[in-house]
Design a protein around this ligand. Sequence first.
Ligand code: 3H9
Length: 701
Amino acid sequence: MSIQLETSGGVSVLTIDRAPVNSLDLSMRIRLLEALAAALSDASVEAIVLWGGSRVFSAGADIEEFAAGPRGPTCTEPTLPTVVAALDAATKPIVAAIAGPCLGGGLEIAMACHARLCASTARFGLPEVKLGLLPGAGGTQRLPRLVGVETALRLIVSGDVIDARRAVEIGLAELASGDLRDAAIRHARALSGKPLARTSDLNARLPDGVSAAAEYFAAQRAGLRPALPAPRACIDAVELALSHPVAEGSRLEFELFGKLIETPESKALRYAFFADRSAGRLPALPPGVTPRAIHRVGIVGTGTMGSGIAIACLDAGLATTLTDATPAALAAGRGRIETHYASATKKGRVSADVAAERLQRLQTADSYDGLAGCDLVIEAVYEDLEVKRTVFRELDRVLEPGALLASNTSTLDLDAIAAATARPADVVGLHFFSPANVMRLLEVVRGRETSAVSLATALAFGKTIGKVSVVARVCDGFIGNRMFEEYLRQAYALVDLGVLPWRVDNVLERWGMAMGPFAVMDLAGNDIGWAIRKRRAIAHPERPYSTFPDKICELKRFGRKSGAGFYTYDDAGRRSEDAAITKLATEHAQAIGAIRSDVSDDEIVERCVSALVNEGLRLLEEGIAERASDLDVVYRHGYGFPAHRGGPLFFADTLGLHHVLESMRNFHAGYQGWAWEPAPRLIYAARRGTCLTDIETRRVP
Ligand code: 3H9
């Protein structure tokens, strides 16, 4: 970890070298300032290049430092704004040479340089808002000066990352020809002796046709959904850039940053950032386990799920072969994928050339033999154990030794599927969420016999296709669906207590869930839940469900696919409340006789979220999940849990475990209280004053 300073031919190259992503913690900031001062005071140096190496320029401030809040190292001198100000004030030209990610504070230091040269691998962004923050080292002051207020606002409020081509288009950087470092040295030398192009000397530009800045910014604020503190502060700070010199605007911006760092939203989002990165990392993989390479993926079953998985593989640059039981099904699957790329091209999401290249990597095979040579085959056929076992017997027959055999089952026993092969060590579950090419969550299911290499290969594959992978052991429903079942149980129980379905949905959606449970079931298909409840009634008669959703199914209201479910739907797919369901729900609750008129919005949230927490803790106790934060990752990426609340377990920690436990005990004493036996880990953590999110099971493979 260092800043290297190399001088030759009148140009000093300052190399930021802090693995893995050149984040700028306090010690790096001190070294950077020292190196800058050395280069500026050296009479033989005419110009400077700031370089982060060929892989990454800088991922910005060290996010771990934020945990200590505004009194911690983030706000200890030299702060990042101090470093940025020193670059801006330099008396010799400084060229930022940018390859790979140049994000957050990384972009802020680059914007304080006098020129930015980039390689085609460069990616630029101010993603602070995704951490519940705003760029705090002049980003909101310099970006509008370089690219205009409109483009700057779009980038800062979304936190989106753009590629080198787009950065050049908007005037943020220039593309280097040839070797980037050499080009930057030449460029720096050429700037020597010329007037310095300081970003701070520029004026921020309002969009063409806008003259009333205050109204323009008010409209931006009014458009925020949801209205969280960070995006609002981003807009406030960009507005400052119009009326304040950079130094003063940056001072005010840093003040806002110091406030945001302490908001619950920022704490939750920072927790989520690190939780995503620890998910899929197994503490107990034996040393020396390296994943096998995956070049060609086979997919068996080309329905919606199989096609979505194929698109995810094609998007990630993998060769992909599809097969299905009949030529018609295979042709339909290929057709779905072609339609996807045609629509993506039309919407400008990919260029026609890129779409054509991806489709070129798609092959179809009319029998299992066509999958020979695949490094990984994912089965995505009908959810029936015998059907899947037949598929796996065929895969066992045709695949080379060492190939990975994966099932996309969401409910079946992976060990029973693996037992159909002579190589259960090579079998894993890869549980995708629909649409598989969009949803980021991948549950990687580790069977009883799954080898460490197979698991490592599955996790590496997940990373290749851009998923956040979470490891689960075998159980019915794995992590996500097992937790979801308890959440649904409480949503239905609320109807028993006299709460209408749309009140439950509206309360949870206002709280931040992407979709309420009744709307989710209408989307997923109420018949699917009905079939599961029938199975459960036989296996666990002591755990009864509300009969309300069965009554909906008896009316053949299976959800969107049948035109109605808990809601009715218009042609555009918009849901509306239905008087028939109000009547049905009211009569249902009256018949049970447990109606309560005092169910508050808070209780609706607490019942549903605490149900997730309690079942999640059981999954940890059973060793199905590796660590508590994995449960939160599953819920955020697979079930629309609001990122700014961290996840169910993080939320419970912020509520206070004594409070959560007390509510559970109250629920335990009430209607259908059997479902509310608090998990021993909750009682333990509440008693010890520890956090749920610290729990790791750390099982040895
Ligand atoms: C900021 O800059 C504030 C300023 O405006 C103002 C300050 C006053 N800090 O994602 P990966 C770790 S806020 C600390 O798996 P990839 C990460 O945890 C910052 N650690 O790799 C992981 O560690 P581990 C604004 C960081 O190749 C390892 O690096 N910047 C940071 O898939 C590899 O990460 C951002 O929000 C960091 N800034 O993606 C950018 N960044 O191995 C955040 C990463 O122990 N970073 N780590 O799990 C990213 O978007 C991605 O990490 C990046 C690499 C694209 C850079």
